[in-house]
Design a protein around this ligand. Sequence first.
Ligand code: 1YM
Length: 641
Amino acid sequence: MNQYDENQIQVLEGLEAVRRRPGMYIGSTSIRGLHHLVYEIVDNAIDEAMAGKCHRIEVTLHPDGSVSVQDDGRGIPAGIHPKMGIPTLEVVYTILHAGGKFDGEGYKFSGGLHGVGASVVNALSEWVELDNCYDGRRYTMRFERGAVTRAFKCEGETDHHGLYVRFKPDATIFDETVFEYETLLARLREQAFLNAGVNISIRDERCLPDTNGEPTPVQECDLLYEGGIRSFVEHLNGAKKAEVIHPDIIYMRAEREDYVAEVAMQYNDTYNETLLTFANNIHTIEGGTHEVGYKNALTRVLNEYARKNGILKDADKNLSGEDVREGLCAVVSVKLTEAQFEGQTKGKLGNADMRQFVDKLVYTKLSEYLEENPSAGKIILEKALAASRAREAARKARELTRRKNPLEGSTLPGKLADCQERRTELTELFLVEGDSAGGTAKEGRDPRFQAILPLRGKVLNVEKSRLDKVYGNASLIPIIQALGCGIGEEFDMEKLRYGKIIIMADADVDGSHIRILLLTFFFRHMRRLIDEGHIFLAQPPLYRVHKGKKEMYAFTEAERDAYMEQLGQGAEANRYKGLGEMNADQLRDTTMDPNYRTILRVTLEDAIECDQMFNILMGDRVEPRREFIEANAKFAENLDV
Ligand code: 1YM
């Protein structure tokens, strides 16, 4: 008993550390951290599936704000833990760095926090209830904020097997405690793709009210992909509404004692690459050795194939990595025993051997595929060759823009009204729709730190254009020159000339069009500006409400009505049709002056979904766009056409 008490104190101290610094364990206490709790428990169930012992995982969102995860695996062993002297189930849910996995036996490959997850979830939950069916018996126990409140107990015999975990996140820890069904679904779908044959379902029983306050029906989704990452690629190309250019998904797999690697790939007719890489089911957003191995082999195979078949002549330059990956949608998934994660966000696989392992897999299997499927080979090489020619043309166009101004000593665009400040973090560049609004903005700005670049004519839709057109485009060159940081492969954040890039367009349909054209350009060619929070949208007012000398600006119709009432009889409201209608003082006071204005920072929640949306909304094909508009027309507000 003494030992039990000592252990108990240590346990609570351990969990208290998690409660004091939750960010250290789950990243943050925002909605992301909240979802992380679910992923940790699901990961444990998926580990059981990877061990071949579990086939079905059910996630349920309950009306009381709790969530449950059930698997049909073995359940957690029921005995007393030999070292800790308490039930193993309690060990798993209360001791950091505990579980069956840490001794290196049991599971072959494992993602997650290696068993730390369960105790972290417990520490950060108002309560946790466990229902564990193991070896013919059912056991239950309950915790509140990490402490046992109902002891481990055998409830009798059962035919079931598997673990049921239900928990309610602690509202005193998290900023937000309402789970997002769609976010959880997206992650569970990804896991279902990565674990072929495992059936994962999610059910939302909360019936949360919709925008009209009406309860929504129960939602559920049942996921099972026998095709694994092949199905993933099919799904990605399908969701993008892209046209694939060869019929089959190329799939490769290799296994040795401690490594498994899988690659699935298929080209589509867009100009951008979609590549997702995973190690032990964890999305490696910073890439790593598996990604390098895949990319190197792909470039080598396609160049060798092109030379062998006379598609590239002796005098021709090799195809670059970017050339051979244009329009390529691929998923690379590896599993390994001792995964090393590196980089800023621990999102980069470090195991050096994995590079060679994936390289060899892709080199041999892709070469074989091309030999056996010459028609697909021809189509793929034609695409890579077209990309290569465009890149070469882009290089020439770029040099031409550089050479044009040798005497000026600078390559800043003529229309730019620059600011005096040189420290990037303090400066702002307004991209303004039209010369006339540009003129007003120049008058209204604070020239010490605000620069103005008027945009003439429609901005090029880069979704429909290769790089050569982007470089040669009269609407984009001034933007590229003013920002100074280059685009695509040449992008250099160090050279960025402004800390905030603020898109200032009219609050009408044309203005929206310009905004989306610019955002498409930033997303495709200067992504890091979005990732690192440099892109903003100005918010000009919709109405000026005035009476005599008194005037106020309204940003919504509700605000307009409120001001009208405030000013009383005789008050008028004149709607701004465009920025050009405001004088310089008005534009400064409402939209530009940091003391009064509102600007919206553009952020990126889900890069895959963004990629798909840009393709649907801005891409070549009309049909998916029409479908999208038809499905979403009912949500449009303030349409001013
Ligand atoms: C709903 C969550 O955790 N299932 C689960 C967990 C474990 C086992 C089976 C298990 C593992 C082993 C042997 C072993 C365990 N997880 C941990 C830890 N579902 C869920 N199903 N027998 C059963 O590792 O050898 C310890 S046991 F620590 F990872 F959480």
